[in-house]
Ligand binder design. Structure first.
Ligand code: G1P
Length: 291
């Protein structure tokens, strides 16, 4: 039986230049989808999947993420005094001390390097990686679905979605060997290929289950696409030893690393809220008519 997945690594060191000026001071992971920061969606998804220890790989200017997952005594006192029970609950919804660890990616060398920074934390266990930019609306959550799939196939597993042929240069893309419905066996993976060179249109989204062997490859991984150390390249390098599957989860993914994806995620999550849905639907309809 495959070892259970209890650890997750969340790289959150990126600068978020696409969202300037909003991200001049505010980490992009703290941008809200309705009223909760992106990072908290990712942590909730990890906890729901049975993850017990999370490491955030941060960078300079990200310390308010730590503050966000801490008690705010002053705020709590005020809320308590005003009998704001619901709000109190919401501000305390984070993992207990000891379940959340932080390390810093000291140089911006790429996603592969960010994951490598968590090697001591992960040690010799299979683990999950969640990129908070990718928000998945799904029940059960994407990682929970992946863990069920992982129990069947083991090895390295990445969550995948089909993309338009002209978008392959934005993502990691799988070279598909065999297709078994929601699970696809891959015999290659390549980072951001141009549409002409892309082996398929099956892209990788920011959810991975990886074997610890990845670290010995990341140790010596050379820079790849965009002159960065790519996680994709290390996954490709392990292929002779570790199998690779793509998993087509049930749910909708929002690429919140793009403005369109971020705005759409806000609309989709807001439409689902009891207190907002109806009012918003009417307002959006009106807006569309006037466009
Ligand atoms: C990263 C990965 C890429 C993956 C994508 C998912 O790219 O390198 O393989 O498809 O996340 O969002 P980035 O978004 O950092 O450019």
């Amino acid at each position: 039986m495959a070892k259970p997945i209890t650890k997750a690594v969340l790289p959150v060191a990126g600068l978020g230049t696409r969202f300037l000026p909003a991200t001049k001071v505010l980490p992009k992971e703290m941008l809200p989808i309705v009223d909760m920061p992106l990072i908290q969606y990712a942590i909730d998804e990890a906890l729901e999947a049975g993850i017990d220890s999370v490491m955030l790989v941060t960078g300079r200017g990200k310390s308010i993420i730590e503050d966000h997952f801490d008690y705010s005594h002053e705020l709590e006192q005020i809320l308590r005094r005003n009998n704001k029970e619901e709000e109190l609950e919401v501000v305390r919804g984070f993992p207990a001390a000891g379940h959340l660890a932080y390390t810093r990616q000291q140089q911006p060398l790429g996603l592969g390097h960010a994951v490598w920074c968590a090697r001591q934390f992960v040690a010799n266990e299979p683990f999950a990686v969640l990129l908070p930019d990718d928000l998945v609306k799904a029940t059960p959550g994407c990682l929970k679905q992946m863990i069920s799939a992982y129990e069947q196939v083991g090895g390295n597993l990445v969550a995948s979605v089909e993309v338009d042929p002209d978008q392959t240069n934005r993502y990691g893309i799988l070279d598909v060997a065999s297709d078994n419905g929601s699970l696809v066996e891959a015999n290659g993976i390549i980072e951001k290929p141009s549409p002409e060179d892309s082996p398929s249109t099956l892209s990788v989204i920011g959810r991975y289950i990886l074997q610890p062997e990845i670290f010995s490859y990341l140790d010596r991984q050379k820079k790849g696409a965009q002159n960065e150390i790519q996680l994709t390249d290390a996954i490709a390098a392990t292929l002779p030893d570790v199998s690779l599957h793509g998993f087509l989860f049930e749910g909708v993914r929002f690429d919140c690393g793009t403005k369109a994806g971020f705005v759409l995620a806000n609309i989709a999550f807001a439409l689902d809220r009891k207190e907002l849905g109806l009012e918003l639907k009417q307002a959006i309809r009106k807006l569309m008519v006037s466009k």
